[in-house]
Design a protein around this ligand. Structure first.
Ligand code: TYM
Length: 329
């Protein structure tokens, strides 16, 4: 039996190349030989104050983005979280086997709550809902970027606690993190992760205007001078990582080898590196945009999502019925 895979993405903000290289590319690859369930997590999006008028459209737009990146609704289940309300029900039940102390230790909660005037209980409970997403489908593998690994550890603890208290039911889900791409950095501040919340100059959107991407790559932070034999600074290492990821698909790594050799010899021109990074990145992004435009024109997104909801609901209903029975509800 193929292993069940589950993963999710928030619909807020644009899809950036950190999401793509860190997770979505892997979601697409796993479809070849796994039973995949991919979810646009709109319940998670409302843990902070967002524009509720735009949320519905953003969820649909994210579905198009994901399909353009290779998520095939014929092979995988693609749906919007809130269309399967069993996620919320299981989250409540799992909250009763989650320790307050564990939640308080989550670094993402600390980061996301810092500086906020109003910190919702939803933001604090966010990882419980994430565990519910995964466990509702009894998924064994979860393709994510490095930043989600702590949440996955907690999901495993929650599964163990549920199983110990109510009986063996949930498998312990394992994160699947790509060696390369799992932790892309911001171009403007390579000590920070590339993220939507860090603001415009920090990320490159998969659907962003070409001229804007060129500008961001050109102004990426590197270092003040290259000395032969010295270690790569974080900004340069990040650019090389993007280059490797982008050229991997074409199978021709000669340019990476050449630029690496230049770096080692202390004669690499950063302007050249940036030009090559931009060109290779656009080679990856152009066909994605083309596909997105075609998918949008086909006007099938609602139909596809409705079919995803139907398939996800069938699994969710069966599992939640069993959980209710085990818990005594
Ligand atoms: P989200 O929406 O922030 O990000 C979606 C995916 O992109 C990965 N990612 C990155 N990977 C590499 N480098 C980066 N700079 C980078 N930035 C983001 C994330 O690790 C993620 O895999 N909590 C999740 C959504 C979620 C979920 C789930 C994930 C809800 N339920 C169940 C897995 C399973 C989140 O906010 O991802």
């Amino acid at each position: 039996m193929a292993t069940r895979i589950f993963s999710g993405i928030q619909p807020t903000g644009t899809l950036h190349i950190g999401n793509y290289f860190g997770a979505i590319r892997n979601w697409a690859a796993l479809q070849a030989d796994h039973d995949c369930v991919y979810c646009i997590v709109d319940y998670h999006a409302i843990t902070i104050d967002i524009d509720s008028k735009a949320l519905r459209a953003a969820s649909r737009a994210m579905a198009l983005d994901l399909m353009a990146c290779g998520i095939d609704p014929k092979r995988s289940i693609l749906f919007i979280q809130s269309s399967v309300p069993e996620h919320a029900e299981l989250a409540w039940i799992l909250g009763c086997v989650t320790s307050y102390g564990d939640l308080a230790r989550m670094t993402q909660f600390k980061e996301k709550s810092a500086g906020r005037k109003f910190i919702s209980a939803g933001l604090f409970n966010y990882p419980i809902l994430q565990a519910a997403d995964i466990l509702l489908y009894k998924a064994q593998g979860v393709p994510v970027g490095e930043d989600q690994v702590q949440h996955l550890e907690l999901s495993r603890r929650i599964a163990r606690r549920f199983n110990a208290r109510f009986g063996e039911f949930f498998p312990e889900p394992e994160p699947i993190v790509e060696e390369k791409g799992g932790r892309l950095k911001s171009l403007a501040d390579p000590t920070k992760e590339m993220s939507k919340s860090a603001g415009e100059p920090n990320y490159i959107g998969v659907m962003e205007e070409e001229s804007s991407i060129r500008k961001k790559v050109r102004s990426a932070v590197t270092d003040t001078g290259l000395v032969a034999g010295e270690e790569m600074s974080p900004g340069v290492a990040n650019l090389f990582e993007i280059l490797e990821l982008a050229t991997e698909l074409s199978g021709d790594l000669s340019i990476v080898v050449e630029l690496h050799a230049d770096f080692k010899a202390g004669k690499l021109m950063y302007s050249r590196l940036k030009e090559v990074v931009f060109d290779s990145l656009m080679d990856v992004l152009r066909p994605i945009r083309q596909r997105r435009a075609e998918l949008e024109a086909s006007g099938k997104v609602e139909e596809i999502l409705a079919s995803g909801t139907k398939k996800a609901s069938a699994i969710a209903r069966e599992n939640i019925a069993r959980v209710r029975e085990m818990v005594g509800l």
